[in-house]
Structure formats: structure tokens, C-alpha cells
Design a protein around this ligand. Structure first.
Ligand code: HEM
Length: 193
């Protein structure tokens, strides 16, 4: 049963990718397709970060460990979509011309923090297996707490890049604060989240 649930969740997680492929084939990406693709994957990266962070609160609320079984998959989808987001920016926006990209990273704080978030995702992806969990023991948990820092960086990235429209970044900020508060509250009460 769990196996089928995992396959089902995996297929749903592919939705953001399929939707862009569909829009690409049917010319529905609008006047600025590159921006649309970059923003689409950026937004979904943040959504997947929040989904990953929601699994522990859901475990607590529902008193069921089933949520934790999906956490690794969701976390790997964070890395997957963040990498496509980065690749679309490097490949579609700059056509792999690395000098202006390095300038962007150094001069634009929103690109810098986005890049930092992506770099922090690498150790999480590398250490996501059961084998690495066994090797790293209690350090594994410490490393994987980085997801909270990545969430903060991701939201800051969104706030800093949004020059005029603040509604969406604000919603993301509120969700993040909510998830962080949950984490802090349950840490204080001594529960493992
Ligand atoms: C965990 C990592 C990241 C997250 C969560 C993230 C999230 C986002 C979000 C939410 C948006 C805006 C989407 C919208 O407007 O609807 C965005 C846009 C963007 N991101 Fe990221 N991002 C990440 C990493 C990166 C990296 C590594 C780069 C490049 C080095 C990058 C470059 C950009 C650019 C250029 C835009 C478009 C800005 C514009 O519209 O002018 N992001 N990202």
C-alpha cells in the first residue's frame, strides 16, 4: 500500500514539470517564456520546501508517521526543481555565458542568496540515503536542519527580487514563519519534530 502511495505522490510531484512541457508544446508560455519558466520552477522549489517542512507538523497533528515516509522524496524534489530553476537561468537566460552570471551572483543580493540556498541543498541531497543516515548518525539530523535555513534564504530571495508585487512573497513569508514557529514550539516542549 505504502509503495503505491509513494508512486502516486511521485507522479503528482512531476506535475510542475509536466505543466511546463505542456505549455511549451502548445505555445502557452506567453510573451516572456524564459521568465515564465524561471519563475515557475522558482515558485515550485519554494512550495516543495514548504511541503517538506510540513511533514513533521502533520505527523504531530495527525499522530501518524506516514508523512515522514514521503519527506525524503519531497526533499529530493526540492533539489530537482531548484536545479532546473538554476539551469533555466544559466542556460535559457544567459546561454551558459558564465561571466555575467558570476557578476549577478556577486552584485545582486537576490541571486546571491538564491545561489547560497542551492549550494546548501547539495549536502542534503548527497546525504539523503539510508546508508548516509547510518554513517552520519546524529550528525545527519544536524545537516538536515539546513532545510530551515534554505527555506529562509528562499523566501528572502523571493522578497528581494520582487520589486513591486509583494503579495505572493508575503504569503510565502507567513507560511515560513508559521512552520518555523511550529518547529521552535515543539523543540521547546522537548518533542522530536
Ligand atoms: C532553493 C533555491 C531557490 C528558491 C527557493 C528560489 C525561488 C524563487 C522564486 C520563488 C522566484 C520567483 C517566482 C515568481 O516570481 O513567481 C525566483 C525567481 C528567480 N530566481 Fe530563484 N530560487 C532559488 C534559487 C535560485 C538560484 C540558484 C538562482 C540563480 C543563481 C536563482 C535565480 C532566480 C532568478 C533570476 C529569478 C527571476 C527573477 C526575475 O523575475 O527577475 N534562484 N526564484
Amino acid at each position: 500500500m505504502l509503495r503505491y502511495s509513494k508512486i502516486f505522490v511521485f507522479l503528482i510531484c512531476l506535475w510542475p514539470l509536466c505543466s511546463i512541457i505542456y505549455q511549451l508544446f502548445y505555445n502557452k508560455l506567453g510573451a516572456e517564456p524564459v521568465d515564465k519558466i524561471i519563475n515557475h520552477f522558482g515558485e515550485w522549489t519554494l512550495i516543495f520546501i514548504f511541503l517538506t517542512l510540513s511533514m513533521s507538523p502533520l505527523k504531530k497533528i495527525t499522530n501518524s508517521t506516514i508523512w515522514i515516509k514521503f519527506r525524503r522524496m519531497l526533499g529530493l524534489f526540492v533539489f530537482f526543481y531548484a536545479s532546473i530553476h538554476l539551469l533555466s537561468y544559466v542556460g535559457l537566460d544567459y546561454r551558459f555565458d558564465f561571466q555575467p552570471i558570476i557578476n549577478d551572483v556577486l552584485k545582486k543580493k537576490f541571486v546571491f542568496i538564491g545561489f547560497a540556498a542551492w549550494l546548501l541543498l547539495i549536502p542534503l541531497a548527497i546525504t539523503s540515503s539510508n546508508k548516509m543516515m547510518r554513517i552520519l548518525k546524529h550528525n545527519w539530523k544536524k545537516i538536515h536542519r539546513l532545510i530551515y535555513v534554505i527555506g529562509i534564504f528562499g523566501v528572502l530571495h523571493f522578497i528581494w527580487l520582487s520589486k513591486t508585487i509583494f503579495f505572493k512573497p508575503l504569503i510565502f513569508l507567513i507560511i515560513l514563519i508559521f512552520l518555523l514557529l511550529f518547529r521552535v514550539t515543539f523543540n521547546k516542549s522537548g518533542s522530536k519534530v
